[in-house]
Design a protein around this ligand. Structure first.
Ligand code: FE
Length: 363
């Protein structure tokens, strides 16, 4: 009798164990199915505010079934938000529009390393962050923009402004309109110049520009172009797409402005024109990291590159993607010489540049 009881007990405990295993397996299955459902979403924090990008997001959702939720803010706002949200951040993909900001996000550990053979193959090393110790890449540039000089054709000879160095030359005294030196576009330009000229000469150059200013730094790139066209100053610096926007505008005042100004791709006889990037990264605490990489890989495809770059009058960053943009062509900017300093180095230099700006009294 005792033996029979014992046998029943053993069978019963085996049965319980089996049932537990079955339940565990069922729960695991349920969890993975649930994770699969989550996988159909992608949260993007974007500093790009170009209507043409909408088509791009729509196309990604149609081809992958992954819904995109987007938060729009400027570069600084996005980085601040990521810092504040920490591990609770819903952000998967981060899109920023400048190398020094991308570098800042990387330096603060706000991104996670990307390992994608497709991206490594598509985006030249020049336009992405340097690989980390683990072989991952913190961010990739997806479009490029040149930082060019514009001048008043009535007052300035082209040969007096065909290099960045000349912006700090006394011959251009009282002519210069610039936005804040601490704006990322200028931090990156100055970071490139620092790489070429070294610290001492760069500081002298920055002081020279402060001496040459027609007014205190203010406004954005378009404001500088308009100030030149209005005769308030005679020389300014702008990203190419702002210029392209004015060139493609049908408003009479924009056309009048464009007629008055000349455009120079600086330093064609030396180290080349400074080129910046707009780029993307995967957020450190991404809840959908696979979708995030998929999206960045999609941005490197030729169809997306055309939207992404052409929509904002930029140049594609991916290898082998051609672009036919009338405004960029009219600028003569399809075959200019661009500088060869890796954009990651330019971004890193922004810390040093900020110190030089402070010393030079460049606000
Ligand atoms: Fe911009």
């Amino acid at each position: 009798m005792i033996r029979i009881n014992r046998m029943i007990q053993v069978h019963f405990s085996r049965y319980i164990m089996f049932k537990r295993l079955l339940t565990a397996a069922f729960l695991a299955l349920l969890a993975s199915a649930h994770a699969g459902a989550e996988e159909q979403v992608l949260n993007i924090y974007s500093a790009r505010h170009y209507p043409s990008d909408e088509a791009l997001y729509g196309e990604f959702t149609r081809s992958t079934g992954i819904r995109i939720k987007r938060v729009d803010a400027d570069d600084a706002g996005i980085l601040a938000r990521l810092r504040a949200e920490g591990a609770a951040s819903p952000a998967d993909v981060i899109l920023l529009v400048d190398a020094s900001r991308l570098w800042r996000g990387e330096a603060e550990g706000l991104f996670q390393p990307i390992k994608s053979p497709a991206l490594d193959a598509a985006i030249p090393a020049q336009w992405r962050s340097q690989p980390g110790a683990d072989g991952g890449t913190a961010w990739f540039g997806f479009s490029t923009r040149a930082r060019v000089i514009v001048y008043d054709k009535l007052k300035v000879r082209r040969e007096d402004v065909d290099s960045y160095e000349e912006l700090g030359d006394p011959k251009n005294k009282g002519r210069l309109c610039l936005r804040s030196g601490s704006h990322p576009y200028n931090l990156s330009l100055f970071g490139a110049v620092l790489e070429h000229l070294g610290e001492q000469k760069t500081e002298v150059w920055l002081r020279g520009m402060v001496d040459n200013m027609a007014r205190a730094p203010q406004g954005g790139d378009t404001d500088q172009i308009r100030a030149v066209a209005a005769g308030e100053c005679a020389v300014a610096v702008t990203n190419t797409y702002y210029l392209a926007r004015l060139m493609r505008s049908t408003r009479p005042e924009d056309q009048t402005a464009v007629e008055r100004i000349g455009v120079v791709f600086p330093n064609q006889a030396s180290w080349g024109t400074h080129v910046n990037v707009a780029g993307g990264a995967v957020a450190r605490h991404a809840k959908h990291p696979a979708n995030a990489v998929k999206f960045l890989e999609y941005l490197a495809s030729s169809a997306a590159q055309e939207h992404f770059a052409n929509g904002n009058n930029e140049w594609p960053a991916a290898k082998g993607v051609k672009l036919d943009n009338p405004a960029l062509k009219a600028m003569g900017g399809n075959s200019f010489k661009s500088e060869a300093v890796p954009i990651s180095v330019v971004g890193r230099n922004s810390v040093k540049v900020q110190q030089l700006l402070d010393r030079a009294g460049f606000r």
